[in-house]
Design a protein around this ligand. Structure first.
Ligand code: ZN
Length: 328
């Protein structure tokens, strides 16, 4: 029986249950928080307590697992996540990788094959360590890989990161979630790159595909075997909920429910809005929170003709298949 690593250790894939495949707990710039937020709009204890409360509420709605692809670039900090995981029944699955739209961090610019320090690709070394040994000294192992191919496309930095992710996937078996821009339809670039590296496209989630209502684009991606991340429910400024529902219903009707996963790409706190966070959320994205799918989206999908079996595929079967790679 395959197991999947979570913040509290391995669980059987059959025990993942209903899973939201792309949620953050925090999305932060550590330097922003430390220099401009600490003691002002950032209250560590208050934020931890708030996250525990929000995740407990989500668990009470019947969701058993969230996948949190918060990596370097989004403020991954495992000790804080461990404190939270200890106090909620929800499984939290975490990732290795980099959140970068264009430029490689300087920390990888001088090390690597053919560079000043001619060593094996250090990103592969670091990602593999996260997966095989654990993140830092936390003991928590990453269970998936994350990178971005956004509107800027395959810049030299993005290309190198994505290839390091693909090669780590080939060496470890860990599946991939790639952030994409549906406006730029950059999912195609990601698929082509992963294919050129020999990656198993059935182990790739094209995150944020659900921002698109272009069925031709979405079917083209899914026809490669990749899974569509319909994972920004509540971010109505990118695509309103009724349109997202219509698109999923159309795809399910054409036989694609086995290649769709659901989520909000929400968080308990994101520092993009600084002290204006609560006002920004209330004003422009009132539905951008963890329980919009349970409360509103699933009823709307049923109403529009998506069957219970198809919902089960999107919430349970597809996540289980995605994480069925560690047979130990
Ligand atoms: Zn995200």
């Amino acid at each position: 029986m395959a197991t999947v690593e979570t913040v509290r250790g391995p669980v059987q894939v059959d025990d993942l249950g209903p899973t939201l495949m792309h949620e953050h707990i925090f999305a932060l710039s550590t330097e922003h928080v430390q220099n401009y937020g600490d003691g002002l709009w950032w209250d560590e204890e208050g934020r931890v307590a708030d996250a525990i409360s929000k995740l407990r509420t989500l668990h009470h709605k019947g969701i058993k697992t969230i996948v949190d692809p918060t990596v370097w670039g989004l403020g991954r900090y495992m000790p804080r996540i461990q404190r939270i995981a200890e106090q909620v029944d929800l499984n939290i699955v975490v990732a290795a990788g980099l959140y970068v739209y264009e430029e490689l961090p300087q920390q990888y610019a001088y090390r690597g094959p053919g560079l000043l320090f001619d060593v094996p690709e250090p990103m592969i070394t670091d990602f593999t360590r996260d997966i095989a040994e654990g993140i830092g000294t936390s003991g928590v192992k990453a269970a998936l890989l994350k990178c971005c191919v956004d509107a800027a496309g395959l810049t030299p930095g993005v290309d190198r990161i994505a290839r390091a992710v693909a090669r780590t996937h080939l060496e470890t078996g860990a599946p991939i979630t790639v952030h994409t821009s549906s406006l730029a339809q950059s999912g195609r670039l990601a698929i082509d790159l992963f294919r050129s590296e020999g990656a198993d496209l059935a182990k790739v989630v094209i995150a944020h595909a659900g921002d698109s209502n272009d069925l031709d684009y979405l079917m083209e991606l899914a026809d490669t075997g990749a899974t569509l991340g319909m994972d920004r429910f509540g971010l109505d400024l990118f695509n309103p909920t009724p349109d997202r529902i219509r698109t999923i219903t159309a795809l399910a009707g054409r036989g694609y429910a086995d290649r769709i996963v659901l989520a909000h790409d929400a968080n308990c706190f994101i520092d993009y809005f600084g002290a204006e966070q609560d006002a920004a959320r209330a004003a422009i994205m009132p539905n951008w929170h963890y329980t919009h799918i349970s409360d509103d989206v699933l009823p709307a999908l049923r109403e529009s003709g998506v069957t219970e079996a198809q919902i089960e595929q999107m919430l349970v079967d597809n996540p289980r298949r995605y994480f069925s790679w560690n047979a130990s």
